[in-house]
Design a protein around this ligand. Structure first.
Ligand code: OAD
Length: 235
């Protein structure tokens, strides 16, 4: 197995995807049984879907809230929380996941570039996103903001700009080790992060199969995150 050595001078950028939560029972998007095998993205995760059928959109995110609230972090999440504790500000965790399993494992600082499942926001005014675990299923009313706008999930839908990009690109500029975990490398801009840093940072991938962008990585560690991360980052 190749080695993943982090020196005391390294700054580590970790990008996680749905694969890190797979062993916690949260389905990925593109694997067999994945969410995008059963739902059409444009019907549940786009501004057009929200305008056309907000009840259907809330059905989808209510189902995902229920699944995520039953899930617990796995050893992969815990290994990353320990790595953050060891490296402090030389560690940056960016996730495409909208669940809260990194936080439940003890990660202190997580940049959720695709939003957060347990937050909502108004679709009209600038009221900031707020914590929300409510379930809004088919026949219920769409909750309204005091301004009259509709309350929507705080999720980056297709066609929208991901969150925290300024901070993320600043961290990519200074990292010396880049590690992607459990992401198929098929959604931009995250799919290009490895290429963005290659040449100046060592790039690694962890997951059961090589991702679509595998040629951007120096080394791939093939296996499940929950099994490999505690070995790669023992505490
Ligand atoms: P995908 O479903 O595209 O890819 C999941 C990856 O996880 C695959 O490469 C699997 O091989 C890997 N995987 C499966 N089990 C694993 C395990 N136990 N340990 C490690 N890896 C494992 O999910 P993402 O790449 O995260 O965006 O998808 C990116 C974005 O596409 C999502 O954030 C979502 C989706 O559309 C939005 O909804 C905006």
């Amino acid at each position: 197995m190749p080695k993943l050595i982090i020196s005391s001078a390294d700054r580590v950028f970790v990008l996680t995807g749905a694969g890190i939560s797979a062993e916690s029972g949260i389905p990925t998007f593109r694997d067999a049984g994945g969410l995008w095998r059963n739902y059409r993205i444009e019907e549940v995760a786009s501004p057009l879907a929200w305008r056309g059928d907000p009840h259907f959109v809330w059905d989808f995110y209510s189902m995902r809230r229920k699944a995520a609230s039953a899930a617990k972090p796995n050893p992969g999440h815990f290994a990353l929380a320990s790595l953050e504790q060891a490296l402090h500000d030389r560690f940056f965790l960016c996730t495409q996941n909208v669940d809260n399993l990194h936080e439940l494992a003890g990660s202190q600082c997580v940049a959720h570039m695709h939003g957060e499942l347990f937050k909502s926001r108004c679709d009209s005014c600038s009221r900031p996103p707020f914590p929300d675990t409510s379930i809004h299923e088919s026949q219920g009313e769409i909750p309204l903001c005091p301004c009259g706008g509709k309350i929507r999930p705080h999720i980056c839908w297709f066609g929208e700009v991901p969150f925290h990009l300024e901070q993320i690109f600043a961290e990519l500029e200074v990292c010396t080790v880049f590690i992607a975990i459990g992401t198929s490398g098929s959604v931009e801009p995250a799919a290009s992060f490895a290429t963005h840093v290659s040449g100046r940072a060592k790039t690694f991938y962890v997951g059961p199969e090589a991702p679509a962008n595998h040629s951007s990585f120096d080394d791939c560690f093939l296996g499940k995150a929950g099994e490999l991360l505690p070995i790669l980052f023992p505490h």
